[in-house]
Design a protein around this ligand. Sequence first.
Ligand SMILES: *[C@@H]1O[C@H](CO)[C@@H](O)[C@H](O)[C@H]1NC(C)=O
Ligand SMILES: *[C@@H]1O[C@H](CO)[C@@H](O)[C@H](O)[C@H]1NC(C)=O
Ligand SMILES: CC(=O)N[C@H]1CO[C@H](CO)[C@@H](O)[C@@H]1O
Length: 484
Amino acid sequence: MPSFSKPFTPPSSVLIIGSGVFGLATALSLCRRDAFKDCSITVIDRSDPSQPGAYPAPDAASVDTNRIIRADYADPDYAALCDEAQAEWRKQEKPTDLGAQGRYNEVGLLLVADALSSTPTGAQECQDGHKPKLTGMDYVRESWANVTRLASKDPTLAARIKELPNPTAIRDALGTGGSSGDWGYLNLNSGWGNAGASMQWHYEKAQQTGRIKFVAGTVVSLEHNDTTVTGARLSDGTVLSADLVVVAAGAWTGGLVDLSGQAAATGQAVAYIDLTEEEQQKLSKMPVILNLTTGLFIFPPVNCVLKVARHAYGYLNPTIPVHPPLPLRPSSIPSSAPVSLPFTSANDPNLEIPAEGAADLRRALREMIPWPDLRDRPFTKTRICWYSDTPTGDFIVDYHPYWKGLFVATGDSGHAFKFLPVIGEKVADCIMGQCPPQFKEKWAWKIKDESQIMPALSVVTEDGSRGGVAGLILVEELAKSTTA
Ligand SMILES: *[C@@H]1O[C@H](CO)[C@@H](O)[C@H](O)[C@H]1NC(C)=O
Ligand SMILES: *[C@@H]1O[C@H](CO)[C@@H](O)[C@H](O)[C@H]1NC(C)=O
Ligand SMILES: CC(=O)N[C@H]1CO[C@H](CO)[C@@H](O)[C@@H]1O
C-alpha cells in the first residue's frame, strides 16, 4: 500500500448496479474486506438470482457454455492478470473448486492469422498522427511473444506452447481437416470456461457470505443532487439510496452515465448448431480456434451443441435513452444524443443475427470444420452478445471525475470474463484508492472536458483483436436481412 495514498473512508452503504462479471466480483471482494465490515452491500440486477435458471439474465453477456480463457494477449499487463486468474480457474480437485465440473476446460487455444493482412491498409496508416492499427497478424505475433515470455519461467508451461509455422501445421493441430491461415500457434495453457455455470458458482459464493443483499429490478436512472449521486431509480419508481453507487451495467452502462467518446455497446454475432453424438465425439479433442484476421472463432462442442462466434467491431444500436444519462458535470445540460445500447431478445423475442453475420459465421464453420454434413445444416439458434467497447480495449474502473459518490466499473471490451476470479479484488483496490499501478492509467476515466466528448457512436476498438467492418448499424443490417 503506497504510504502517500489518501486515507480511505469506507462508505456506510454501497449499491452495485449490475450483477455481471464486474458487479458480482466486486460485491464479493468488498464484503471480504475489513474496511467494509460495517458497510451494507446491495446488488441490483434485472435477473432475480434466487429464481432457478433466471441468473444470469438470458440476454446478458456472460451466459451460455463457453468463453475463451487465454493469457494470449499482446498487452503484457493483461497477460499477467490472466495468469493470476488461471491459477484460480485451474483449481479443480474438489467438485466445489471453481474450475471443476466442467467450469474450466484447458483444451488449448489455436490462434491464427493471415500474413496478407499484416500490412495495415493505407487509409489507416497516417491518420493525423494516430498510431497505425495493429493487424490480426501483429496481434498474434505479439501475443505469442508475451505468452512464451510468461511461460519461460516454467518449462512445463513453455512445452505446451507450439508454433504453427504453416498451413499444414495448423491443420494438424486443429484436427478437423479444416483451416488454412499462414501462421499461428497452439497454446495448451489456454482453454474455455463455462460462463453461465461460473457466474452461478460466484453467485452462490456471494450468497454464502450472507453479507450481500440482492435486489431484482431494472434501474432506469441515477438519483443525484447538485454534486453527488445518491442512488438509483427503478422502473417501478422505487428509489434505492447509497453512499457509494458502483455502476457495473456492462453494455447498458451508457444508458445511465454519459460515456460519450469512452465506450459504446457493440453487438457480436453468435450462432449455435446441433451435432450428433458421433460428431460431438469426433470434435471432443479440438482446441478453441480463433482467427484474428476475421475475429471468427469456434469452441469444442458441449452436449452436442457447437458454438461459432465473431469477435469483431460489432453492430451499433443508436438509441435515444428514455431517461437522459447522467451528464459529464453537474452543470452540464443532459444530452439527448443517441447512444449505442443493447438490443436483445428481451426487446424482441424473435431477434436473430443479421444475414451478414450469419453468412460470416457460416464461412468460418465451413473453413474450420469442412464436413459435408455440416455445410448447410441450419443454425439451431443465434444471439447477439453485447460488449461495452472502449477505443483501446481497456476497461473503465474509476471514480467519476465530477460526481461524488459514483464509481464506474465497465468497458469489458469483450475480454473481461476470464478475469472473473480476480477482477473483483482489483476493482475493490481501485475503490479504496489503491488501483494497481500498471492499470491506473489504462482503466482511468478518460474524458475530463466537454471538448473531448465525441459522439458515442464514434468509439471503435483498435486493439488489433477485431475483424470485420467497423460501424455496422444493427437495424440497417436487420432490414437488409428481411429484404434479402
Ligand atoms: C482466417 O481467415 C482468413 C481470412 O478469411 C482465411 O484466409 C484463413 O484461411 C483463416 N484461417 C483459418 C485457420 O481458418
Ligand atoms: C448531496 O447529497 C450528499 C450525500 O447525501 C450530501 O452530503 C450533500 O450535502 C448534498 N448536497 C446538497 C447540495 O444537498
Ligand atoms: C516479451 C514481449 O515481446 N513483450 C511484448 C508484449 O506485447 C507488447 C505490446 O503490447 C510489447 O510492447 C512487448 O514488448
